[in-house]
Write a protein that binds this ligand. Structure first.
Ligand SMILES: Cc1cc2nc3c(=O)[nH]c(=O)nc-3n(C[C@H](O)[C@H](O)[C@H](O)COP(=O)(O)OP(=O)(O)OC[C@H]3O[C@@H](n4cnc5c(N)ncnc54)[C@H](O)[C@@H]3O)c2cc1C
Length: 506
């Protein structure tokens, strides 16, 4: 009771209306008397997990599966958008989560391979006898003599898959994603992204599949990359976050768009206010608060602090690196690749492993949800290019990028450019916080920022951590738990997505 009275006149400033920021705002409204004001620089809800609507064709940046090991997150999502069922049918209601089957494959040597790679006779036949032999021998070698300690991603992969399988299926793609060699990337990325995968587990999973009737949506005990069914809002991930933003508004919070936080004002170990600027008008406004949740990139946060930041902290923040992302959406009559029986391909997305093209992944949006495409007779796809903001890919014009996309898909036999009816380009900054370069000094930054007792770093770029939506939400929930319980340590927020409990493998 005392807590409620104390909190009743308090305000929380939440920077960013992505999954983490909106979850924090919702949790505050439901569990405390603190009133959240969310400041979002764009006009969109959902951050990276927004849905872009292009002439009724919807784009999901990156393709967002909704799944979680956390019952708390699953329940939270169901409270916002119910799962499809006999009583909640997607053809008659809009507020619904579809249950989708996952299908994703690797396109390599102009052929499809299962993803995650399954060492079946079919796979080995496609790879050929010589490569298969090299895969087997190099796997055995590494199984007997693993590299220890395991410091970088190359060591992480070769210890689990052997050097030949690593070179065939992991090296080129991973380097496309990150733009740096695998031996410059921390092994930590592997343990968060690929987690329990290994050759032994892949084979085990294959046999389990044969004896299992069907996979439910509960995903406990399954490695992230193997999850076969997932939930998906009818109109893409942004639908979830638009609903959450509405809920925040209806419960007395505020979500203000077009406000970019550029200044963070401190007094001793407390943050007192932020200054936000409307990028369109140049208008600046000061927002006072009692507690602050930040999902803005750590690099930008440190730049914005008006405190006396020690030079090693400032230098580390300045040197943090990010990978950026371009999606080229193409609307076409059909694709030139088919399933074995001749029907349209059913993948949600395809990893493009071919070394003669720059495209990294192909999304088939109409296979994520049929409601993402305005015309069901067309294919609505997205080519994903990983790049650094300002590099030679990022700075190409939209027309050049569309041309590149069409030429590349023609080269690898996936699409006839004459069948493309429309196209659009979306550039997204800071999609991947990088686990290389200054990241090895991140502890200095974290220690410094944690000293601000009323500042909570949450989410993906907010913590410079490869967090999925569920992890991003859990960091927000844990921060609010701490406020409610009066816990000042932030250890448990940083523990999300690092401890066993959040890993797929126990
Ligand atoms: C390619 C790709 C695929 C992914 N696939 C999945 C998946 O399948 N499943 C899954 O669960 N997750 C997936 N994710 C992860 C998911 O997108 C993130 O976990 C989630 O979006 C992070 O939420 P967030 O709120 O921390 O950050 P963000 O989504 O980045 O949102 C931050 C918000 O803050 C705003 N902002 C930034 N700086 C400021 C500022 N100074 N002032 C005001 N506003 C600011 C931004 O505009 C943005 O709206 C994927 C991500 C990528 C890149």
């Amino acid at each position: 009771m005392l807590m409620s009275l104390e909190m009743s006149s308090q305000t929380a400033i939440v920077i960013g209306a992505g999954p983490a920021g909106l979850t924090a705002a919702c949790e505050l409204l439901e569990r405390t008397q603190i009133r959240p004001v969310v400041l979002e620089r764009s006009e969109f809800m959902g951050g990276i997990a927004r849905t872009v609507n292009y002439k009724g064709n919807r784009i999901d940046i990156g393709g967002h599966r909704f799944f979680s090991k956390s019952d708390r997150v699953m329940q939270w999502w169901f409270d916002i958008l119910p799962m499809e069922s006999a009583g909640v049918r997607p053809d008659s209601v809009d507020r619904v989560m579809l249950v989708r089957s996952r299908k994703s494959r690797i396109y390599f040597l102009r052929k499809f391979f299962d993803y995650p790679i399954r060492l079946t006779p079919g796979t080995l036949a496609k790879l050929g006898a010589r490569r298969t032999l090299r895969i087997g021998l190099s796997y055995l070698w590494r199984a007997l003599f693993p590299v220890r300690p395991e410091r970088n991603l190359e060591q992480f992969f070769t210890n689990r898959f052997g050097s030949e399988l690593y070179r065939t299926f992991f090296k080129d793609y991973t380097e496309k994603v990150w733009g740096v060699p695998c031996d410059r990337i921390s092994a930590e990325w592997g343990s968060q992204r690929v987690k329990g995968l290994s050759v032994a587990r892949t084979v085990l999973h294959f046999f389990r599949q044969i004896f299992r009737k069907s996979a439910g949506v509960a995903q406990r005990g399954t490695e992230t990359s193997l999850i076969e069914r997932f939930l998906y809002p009818k109109y893409g991930p942004g639908q979830m976050w638009e609903e959450v933003a509405r809920r925040v508004g209806s419960k007395g919070g505020q979500v203000l768009t077009g406000w970019e936080v550029r200044g963070i004002h401190c007094s001793g170990r407390r943050v007192t206010a932020v200054t936000a600027v409307n990028p369109a008008t140049g208008e600046a406004r000061r927002f006072e608060g009692d507690c602050f949740f930040s999902t803005m990139a750590v690099k930008d946060l440190v730049r914005a602090l008006d405190a006396d930041v020690p030079p090693p902290v400032r230098e580390t923040a300045e040197a943090l690196e990010y990978r950026d992302f371009i999606t080229v959406g193409l609307l076409a009559d059909r694709l030139e690749v088919h399933e074995t029986g001749g029907g349209p391909i059913e993948d949600n997305w395809i990893y493009i492993q071919e070394p003669d093209v720059l495209v990294g992944r192909l999304q088939l949006f109409h296979n994520w949800s049929p409601y993402l495409a305005a015309d069901p007779s067309k294919v609505w796809i997205g080519l994903e290019y990983f790049c650094f903001e300002g590099d030679s890919l990022w700075t190409r014009t939209d027309a050049e990028l569309v041309e590149l996309a069409k030429t590349e898909l023609e080269r690898i036999g996936v699409l006839d450019p004459a069948l493309v009816r429309d196209a659009t380009v979306i550039r997204t900054q800071k999609t991947y916080p990088a686990y290389f370069g200054a990241y090895e000094n991140f502890g200095v930054l974290r220690e410094y920022l944690d000293r601000f007792e009323n500042l909570y770093l949450i989410g993906r770029n907010g913590m410079h951590r490869y967090n999925n939506q569920d992890h991003s939400m859990l960091t927000a929930m844990t921060a609010v738990d701490n406020i409610v319980a009066g816990i000042s340590s932030k250890e448990n927020i940083w523990a999300v997505n690092t401890e066993e409990e959040y890993h797929e493998e126990k």
